[in-house]
Ligand binder design. Sequence first.
Ligand SMILES: Cc1cc2nc3c(=O)[nH]c(=O)nc-3n(C[C@H](O)[C@H](O)[C@H](O)COP(=O)(O)O)c2cc1C
Length: 162
Amino acid sequence: MKTLVVYYSLEGNTKYISEIIANELNADLIELHTKKQFPSSGFKKYFWGGKSVLFKEQPELTNENINLQPYDSIILGTPIWAGTYAAPLNTFLKQYKMIGKDIALIACHAGGGADKCFSAMRKALGSDNNMVGQIDFIEPLKRDKDGNFKKAVKWSNSLKMS
Ligand SMILES: Cc1cc2nc3c(=O)[nH]c(=O)nc-3n(C[C@H](O)[C@H](O)[C@H](O)COP(=O)(O)O)c2cc1C
């Protein structure tokens, strides 16, 4: 069984969690990078990130072509922007079609909840995959970093993937 964790992170929270999970599952790890950087502080951060989601933008990724074929399981990680998945994940989901994979979802947010984001991701993924789990974290770098580390490890080990 081969697992890939693919994530985007603007401020490091999703990166922190994705690295823990990839390490725990012995998975490959790919961070999505955008050609145009999103501002990571102040009003601009919310403005440009929020706008990219509202307009369903697909910011260009600088990652080399990702070959999903060898992977049985794919874990997707995103920060929540304006209630849903971040625009770079939108690019990924539009660019890469996944069929017949075990898929799990990770989201980091500031307390607004992740249900809407997970529903939107499931819808974008379509019904050709086997959804095996989802988990969200509230700003794990700022709040209870160690507790969130343990939560990520426990979840990784609870996943039932082929
Ligand atoms: C543009 C933008 C929009 C956001 N919208 C939400 C939101 O709707 N709900 C929420 O709980 N947090 C929201 N946040 C906070 C982030 O989801 C949260 O800080 C997350 O942990 C960031 O993950 P990262 O460090 O991997 O980028 C938003 C942050 C940004 C930059």
